[in-house]
Design a protein around this ligand. Structure first.
Ligand SMILES: [Zn+2]
Length: 420
């Protein structure tokens, strides 16, 4: 590496130029022989290496060569539950279905003490940081005293879970929201069977008024679809067993997505997680409302053996992100492995689109666009350098190489606390 010391005109901080055979910016086309110039904690320029270097003049910056590598935004895992990271379940040989799965999780998880919870969360965080994830969209359950504020990677976009099918008001479920305490966190209603529909509406209104993201598990499994449409099946039995049944509740007679639309909760700041049992009209509604979708395909395969129709969402230009979900239904929290699983299962989804879902799409879903998920002027550090293990000939070859290499643990953080 060439180490030169100079400063950007008018700036007290030195500029560092990172040069590589490929830059995958997350938005816009990949750049061959590219460079990313950074100053302090932010990117100041991205482009052809010769242009970026000449702009700062020969020797006018510190120059770092990342040979045979690609520079890429760090991954953003848009949906997980860090509290479950202490579970070490192995993937069942046959998908158990939601009913059997949920009881196995109750059994394995039990009640976590605050220290077990802290331990689980730090284990999950460490795994995410080691595998190139800079942000997690994490669903947390009150009480929040086991949730430690940690300034190290990865950063957490925390969604406070709103649960209670028999509850009537948001205040009943989350009294802290209405006390003196300020809690500017996004909310995640559990689902149409885990949260009462009045409370779902109220939780969305609360986040909408504060311009915060709102998330809900939607159309994840057949039991959900049967319950929402007809009021029958395992979800009803489960609510009865848990003493959460509401005798005055009536099913909607339609799909989860149409039901969420009728509740008025679909808009660009709503993140629909899973979206497996979705028909063409549901996809049209999602596109029209501009809602984001987070796919967690390995979790869907684990629980039910069914995959979401990612191509349908892409075709309609629905903003898509990728998530691992939790260790209760996935072998790891490695988003590059989630991306590789999409490459393996979907021949019709381009690798460059998958990599954008893992970066730009995640930032969009978590309300972090502009600052994260892209390599562009003004975006924040850190990002990744991933060795390519070959010479990709096209953007899709490049994206596939990045995802495959990342899934094998290859890559290094550039900037941030792990400054080069
Ligand atoms: Zn989940």
């Amino acid at each position: 590496m060439n180490g030169l010391t100079a400063r950007r005109a008018g700036s007290p901080e030195p500029v560092h130029i990172h040069r590589a055979p490929w830059v995958f910016p997350g938005i816009g086309p990949a750049v061959a022989d590219g460079a990313v110039a950074v100053c302090g904690d932010h990117i100041v320029e991205v482009g052809k290496a010769r242009d970026v270097v000449s702009r700062y003049g020969t020797g006018a910056a510190r120059l770092w060569d990342h040979e045979a590598s690609a520079l890429v935004p760090a991954a953003i895992n848009a949906h997980t539950h860090l509290d479950f990271s202490g579970l070490s379940l192995s993937k069942p040989e046959e998908p158990p279905g939601f009913a059997r799965w949920v009881f196995s999780v109750f059994e394995a998880k039990g009640g976590l003490s605050p220290s077990e919870r802290r331990e689980a969360r730090s284990k999950g965080r460490a795994e995410a940081a080691e595998t190139g994830t800079v942000w997690l969209g994490d669903v947390v359950n009150p009480p929040l005293d086991g949730v430690v504020h940690d300034r190290s990677l990865p950063f957490e976009r925390r969604f406070v879970e709103v649960l209670g099918f028999s509850a009537r008001t948001l205040e009943e479920v989350l009294p802290a929201l209405h006390g003196g305490e300020t809690m500017p966190w996004p909310l995640a209603a559990h689902s149409l069977y885990g949260t009462s529909w009045d409370v779902i509406r109220q939780a969305k209104a609360w986040t909408r008024a504060r311009r915060l993201p709102f998330s809900i598990h939607a159309a994840e499994h057949r039991e959900e679809t049967a319950f929402v449409r007809d009021g029958e099946g395992f979800c009803r039995d489960l609510l009865t067993v848990l003493s959460r049944w509401n005798a005055s509740w009536r099913p909607s007679g339609t799909s989860p997505v149409r039901t969420l639309e009728a509740l008025g909760v679909l808009d660009p700041q709503t993140l629909l997680v899973h979206m497996v049992h979705v028909d063409p009209e549901d996809w049209d509604i999602t596109a029209r409302r501009g809602a984001c979708v987070c796919f967690c395909p390995r979790s869907n395969l684990w629980i039910e053996g069914t995959l979401p129709k990612i191509e349908e969402a892409i075709r309609r230009k629905i903003p898509c992100a990728l998530g691992t979900d939790s260790r209760a239904s996935n072998e790891d929290l490695n988003l590059f492995r989630e991306g590789a699983a999409v490459l393996d299962a979907y021949s019709g989804v381009e690798p460059a689109v998958v990599l954008r879902m893992m970066t730009f799409g995640g930032a969009r879903a978590l309300g972090l666009e502009g600052s994260w998920g892209v390599l562009a002027p003004g975006a924040a550090m850190p990002f990744l350098a991933v060795p390519l293990g070959g010479c990709p000939a096209s953007e899709n070859d490049l994206a596939e190489a990045i995802i495959r290499q990342g899934s094998m643990g290859c890559g290094a953080w550039i900037g941030g606390e792990t400054s080069c």
